[in-house]
Design a protein around this ligand. Structure first.
Ligand code: CA
Length: 231
């Protein structure tokens, strides 16, 4: 399971809160930014999986944000506008938004559109490539099945190595126990998800010894595990 991050760029706090609640109820990790310029900085820093973008914003308008985003990424974008006539003009501009919604909207409708856009959008490449570059303190050598933290080799079992390698390959992505089980065993019909927990427990213990300052692999209660990328 993977939490889909949605950034809602909206300067009306009440409206934003209603949408965030609806999106959260559907399992999305939604957050709000009210200022256009700050929104763009945030998108460039940590790109969401989908952008819900209001047109009229303080700081920087939605069109300028979309233009900047499209320069470097095909991140799914849903534009929101207060005027139905605006939509024709926006489509005419061919800026490459994935969908358009007119205010006032029903939050349910917005959630449905978001899901539809996510379903049909290919996984973006650029952002994932950037995310998969490892921070300097960790090294994974897939050929020799070795991992190093700050230059020191970790004594890992093959299963522990495989777990670490799987998580590290997708920083920030939450893996469920069953996904990790699939990564660990080719044929896992007879293996319980508890096996994941036991290998994970030992792996995390070794990681904590190697780098006590922070949790390299975090356990998300009831969901699974995530490798948190930190410099
Ligand atoms: Ca607005």
């Amino acid at each position: 399971m993977e939490t889909t991050k949605i950034l809602l760029v909206e300067d009306e706090p009440d409206l934003a809160q209603v949408l965030v609640d609806y999106l959260a109820r559907d399992g999305f990790d939604a957050s709000v930014e009210g200022n256009g310029a700050e929104a763009l900085a945030r998108i460039q820093r940590t790109p969401p999986d989908l952008l819900l973008l209001d047109l009229m914003l303080p700081g920087l308008d939605g069109l300028s944000i979309l233009r900047e985003v499209r320069r470097v990424s095909d991140l799914p974008v849903v534009m929101v506008t207060a005027r139905v006539e605006e939509i024709d003009r926006l489509i005419g501009l061919e800026l490459g938004a994935d969908d358009y919604i007119c205010k006032p909207y029903s939050p349910r409708e917005v959630v449905a559109r978001v899901k539809a856009v996510l379903r049909r959008s290919p996984r973006r490449t650029l952002v994932e490539e950037r995310a998969s570059a490892l921070p300097p303190w960790i090294e994974i050598d897939a050929e020799d099945w070795q991992a190093k933290i700050k230059g020191r080799r970790l004594a890992l079992t093959p299963k522990e190595f495989k777990l670490l390698q799987t998580l590290v390959a997708r920083p920030g992505r939450v893996f469920s126990r069953s996904q990790l089980l699939d990564a660990l065993y080719e044929d896992n019909l007879d293996v319980s998800e508890r096996a994941v927990d036991s290998h994970m427990k030992n792996l995390r213990k070794k990681l904590a010894r190697a780098l006590p300052e922070h949790e390299i692999i975090r356990s998300i209660y009831g969901v699974g595990f995530v490798f948190e990328r930190r410099e």
